[in-house]
Design a protein around this ligand. Structure first.
Ligand code: GLC
Length: 800
């Protein structure tokens, strides 16, 4: 097994002294005496790319991760040299290249060392596979902490961990497993209150060691391919994350219904059962937007078919569900049943679209349908073919979303649970083996699915979800964390994983609420719903072999409490949708871990129970049974307890009461939170009045609210509104100004504004700079509310 045994340098080869360098546009190519080449490309003022070739031969420059549409550009590129070093200076960073051994170091413009090579680039020749194991080691700085790496089921701060990336079907996975379903080889380092990121864009099996093997060394390496990584400077974590997300691509805005509550199980069938489920939600007045059909809807698990005994008229059923406010989402797996009478198998065979072993035979493997072959989604023609199959599901049957699963790819009853490494792939014309294509197989399947759903659902927006992915996969799909377990430990993991995914560019993520395997108690289910309503993707899913997991199954009390929290999610939909807009438009993660929120406060560096939801909510799940509250850290600033408006000065840990029907939720002072009335599903009501909850602050605070049609593409042609609110609070006055950018004509007529924590009694008011009577704005003293026209621009409330 390859390890990072740099201590004992046996087998490792290194660049020797620099003999020449040459600039070619935004790239500088350095050559060593022993023929190693390093190309450093200035991608942006704060982003450099490093590529190494051990014998001067670079691979075709192709990446599935990088978003071709991303904005490039930098303003300064200075190349200078002295006796010992060559220097590349941009407007934000300096890179130093050592003449003796080509080791590099990064500095900010104040000459603070941010990151430097320890052994730097080195490699080991792999006689077994050909090519190299490519390795990099860096000195870790004093007090440095590490974050990122996608879905890893371990502590949020990665210091001291060794992890790897090899997409794996991990049923009922355990804490600290090094590999799960996704590969996101991106991490953030933070020291001296400054942050940088490393994106190691290599799809082979990759490894990361964060001061695990050696206390002061961080290293990353791959079982093949190129040492090809991006250095991204912050200095704010927020900047690193948004730049990484921009580099690997942002998704389009999902339809708003996808932000509602979703219910799934393996499996709801036949039709009568699905209808009963739908009725269960409406009868119990429990909001729900989507119902999922797991593999049993198909005919013998053949993709794009229906079991007509269970679902005799799928189109009618889907329509009837839709009339009742439910969208139907159906699962599609990659395995195609070997069955000559099955059209997709026969067609794929004829077109030569299935993956083959090195010596020619098809890659055969067992999945749900029995023996299967697998489309090579790394072939663009195959992706198009696959996309076209969605015509039947989407355009002809009315399915609104597609769920891709088992796309690690998972194979049953074989060691390694996946394809053998010799399987061949097209890799968009860069032919390769499964060693290179494994980690992007799922992403390319999700991409094909996304293209298909998008094409046939038009003019509406697509919704897709995938289990496996690679960096950049966020462009094509939402995701969930796979087959978790109904345990308190997994509730803790759920919290960590979704925050981590958000830091890794993948915000639209959720967990199987309640746990996939085993059965949650009513208490665990309740606590998980409380967390889940604050996750960008909110779905209850379970394996179905251990009893029911619908909210009403656990009795009245659980039903009432979980309903209350799901209703809160529906009330917060305009707030959440705005956070999605900021994610899709500005690459800002929807959940912000505390260290993202305030990296200068060292208290946040190891804490990850608490997180910021959107821009203004501080949330902390209860992760233990039988408790009436918990200690938690309140980050710096002033916060309102959501339940009773008590104001707390942050920067300290404290006990917060949270009996089963509650959880710790706080709102940042100065925030203006847009809210909808409770609906049973998105767009059930035509909403003419938006609630604005205004949390008084002595000082200034900005908030935004984004609105559009909730679906479709008109927003891309400018039909949206971005309402910016500016709050200015003084001891005897509060001013709220609204600026509306956009031309969207919504149904909104009025805004019901509720003031929290006003330190004075309202005596007089002006709206749009004209004095008005309190009656004319519907002032209600008891609830501290007023009603304004939706297009007000300036509101002043005064204590005299
Ligand atoms: C996998 C999925 C799970 C699904 C099951 C059956 O285990 O992770 O969500 O229900 O397959 O399709």
């Amino acid at each position: 097994m390859i390890t990072n045994t740099e201590l004992e340098k046996k087998g490792n080869l290194f660049p020797s002294k620099l003999v020449s360098y040459e600039q070619n546009g935004d790239s500088i190519c350095f050559t060593s005496e022993n023929g190693v080449q390093l190309i450093i490309t200035v991608v942006r003022d704060s982003m450099l790319r490093f590529r190494y070739a051990t014998d001067g031969i670079f691979e075709n420059d192709f990446s599935y991760a990088i978003d071709e549409d991303q904005s490039h550009g930098y303003s300064v590129l200075d190349l200078t040299e002295d006796e010992e070093f060559i220097w590349i200076t941009t407007e934000q960073i300096k890179c130093r290249i050592n003449r003796v051994d080509m080791r590099t170091a990064m500095f900010d413009l104040e000459d603070q060392l941010i990151l430097q090579d320890e052994l730097g680039f080195h490699w080991e020749e792999s006689f077994e596979f050909g090519g190299n194991y490519v390795k990099m080691s860096k000195n870790s700085m004093d007090g440095e902490n590490f974050y990122g790496l996608g879905d890893k089921p371990t502590t949020f701060n990665l210091k001291g961990k060794r992890l790897s990336n090899w997409n794996t079907d991990q049923y009922a996975f355990g804490k600290d497993l090094p590999e799960l379903y996704k590969t996101i080889p991106f991490y953030i380092g933070l020291h001296s209150a400054k942050a940088y990121g490393i994106f190691f864009d290599n799809t082979f099996k990759t490894h990361f060691d964060f001061c695990h093997e050696r206390r002061h060394i961080t290293s990353f390496w791959a079982d093949g391919g190129e040492m090809n990584y991006y250095f991204i400077y912050g200095p704010k974590i927020a900047e690193v994350v948004t730049k990484y997300t921009n580099l690997t691509g942002r998704p389009e805005l999902p339809p708003m219904w996808a932000l509602g509550y979703h219910q799934s199980k393996w499996s709801y069938y036949p039709e009568a059962k699905v209808k009963e489920l739908a009725a269960g939600f409406r009868d119990n007045k429990f909001p729900c937007d989507a119902l999922y059909l797991d593999i049993d809807y198909m005919d013998g698990f053949r993709c794009f078919t229906w079991n007509k005994d269970y679902f005799p008229e799928p189109k009618r059923m889907v329509e009837e569900l839709e009339d009742d406010g439910f969208k139907t989402v159906a699962i599609i797996d990659p395995g195609i049943k070997i069955d000559e009478k099955y059209e997709i198998f026969a067609d794929g065979l004829e077109k030569d679209y299935f993956c083959k072993r090195a010596d020619g035979p098809y890659m055969r493997g067992k999945v749900w349908p029995g023996n299967c072959v697998f489309p090579d989604f790394t072939n663009p023609e195959v992706r198009e073919w696959w996309a076209d199959h969605y015509k039947t599901l989407i355009a002809e049957t009315g399915i609104k979303g597609v769920w891709n699963d088992m796309n690690e790819p998972a194979v049953m009853e074989v060691p390694g649970k996946t394809f053998p490494l010799d399987v061949r792939h097209d890799y968009d014309g860069n032919r390769c083996s499964h060693r290179k294509a494994h980690n992007i197989y799922g992403m390319q399947m999700a991409r094909a699915t996304y293209e298909g759903v998008k094409k046939y659902i038009f003019p509406k927006r697509p919704f897709t979800i995938t289990r496996a992915s690679y960096s950049g996969g966020q462009r094509f799909s939402s995701t969930w964390t796979g087959d978790n377990l109904a345990s308190w430990e997994h509730l803790w993991l759920a919290n960590t994983q979704i925050q981590r995914l958000g830091m890794s560019g993948f915000s639209f993520a959720g967990t199987d609420i309640g746990g996939f395997a085993d059965q949650p108690t009513g208490e665990l289910f309740t606590r998980w719903i409380q967390l889940g309503v604050f996750h960008p993707f909110c779905r209850v899913h379970s394996s179905g072999d251990h009893g029911e997991q619908e909210p009403w199954y656990f009795g009245e009390e659980v039903l009432d409490i979980t309903r209350k929290f799901v209703e809160l999610r529906y009330q917060l939909l305009p707030y959440l949708y705005t956070a999605f807009y900021q994610y899709c438009e500005d690459n800002v993660p929807i959940l912000k871990p505390l260290v993202y929120f305030d990296q200068e406060d060292v208290q946040t560096h190891y804490r990850a129970d608490e997180f910021i939801f959107g821009n203004h909510f501080l949330v902390c799940p209860i992760q233990e049974p039988n408790v009436q509250g918990r200690r938690m850290y309140i980050p710096r600033g002033r916060w309102y307890n959501f339940w009773n408006d008590a104001v707390i000065e942050g920067g300290k840990e404290l006990w917060v009461d949270a009996a089963l029907d509650s959880m710790p939720i706080f709102v940042k002072e100065g925030a203006i939170i847009p809210k909808y009335p409770v609906q049973q599903y998105v767009d059930e009501l035509e909403i003419e009045e938006l609630s604005l909850d205004v949390y008084y602050k002595n000082g200034k605070q900005n908030s935004v609210y984004y609105e559009d049609d909730h679906d479709g593409y008109d927003y891309k042609m400018g039909l949206f509104n971005l309402r910016s609110f500016k709050l200015t609070g003084k001891s005897k006055e509060i001013i709220v100004q609204q600026h509306v950018a956009g031309t969207y004509e919504s149904n909104l007529k009025t805004m019901k504004v509720t003031f929290h924590g006003l330190p004075f009694e309202i005596k007089s008011a002006s709206v749009n700079n004209e004095d008005v009577s309190l009656e004319s704005i519907g002032y209600d003293k008891e609830s501290n509310t007023i009603i304004l026209q939706e297009n007000f621009t300036d509101l002043r409330l005064i204590s005299e």
